[in-house]
Design a protein. Sequence first.
Length: 271
Amino acid sequence: MSQWREVGPGNYVLGTSGAALNTGLVVGEERALVIDTGCGPRQANEILAAVREVTELPLVVVNTHAHFDHFFGNAVFAKAGVTEFWAHGNCAAAIQNHGEEQRKLAASVEPEVADPDAEDCGIVVPNRLVGTEPVKLDLGGSTATLFHLGPAHTDGDLLVGTEHCLFAGDIVEQGFHPSFEDSYPERWVDVLRHVSALRHNYEYLVPGHGEPVGDAFVRTMADTMATAVRSARQATREMPNDATKAVPILPYGPEQSRWFIHRLMKLHRGV
């Protein structure tokens, strides 16, 4: 677990071990907002302890999307007294309906998670939902805006904007190839372009994983993905029976490229 890094007054990011998940913290005068809780009780307890080194204020939690490393720590925060868990409606539904399917993935990092009855290993579904309209959370003296720009990394990605910082979740990833298992690649390009258009509103941009980035990184990520979409589309037209032959020409790793093609073909078929 790294130390807190300040990304604007009262705004912090904490990089965790393993996949370098970024947990955000926004501290107001009356309460504080924690952005993503980790992959299980051990990591969540470390995050909570780090939060308490900064503030003893009552906490609110937001999950940026429904992947295990961002929400499987919710139970620890619920036990600590948090009652307000925010997410996009699609994210909450995915956690409710498919969260257990990710338990095996979480257990690969924290083995105790394999037992749903183990302490702090239950799934806590967000109970405050964001839809098409942004939600402004008053933290006392500062405001965090929760908003959705459309399907991208998942269909329930939530961004958190403050006066100084944009916490982008896994819409933006630094140091890793993007993950496409639940993605909408063509729409993701549009969302990245929208994030770039917001660049003058924020001094810092915190990705879901890796180091804070600037607008040039976001634009490059969008351009790379747009090129990958065109290449994959052409390959599927030329080789409709074996589109995986396009894997070597895509700018991602083999596994990510296979998922990229799979998602494009699935979405194109509308299934």
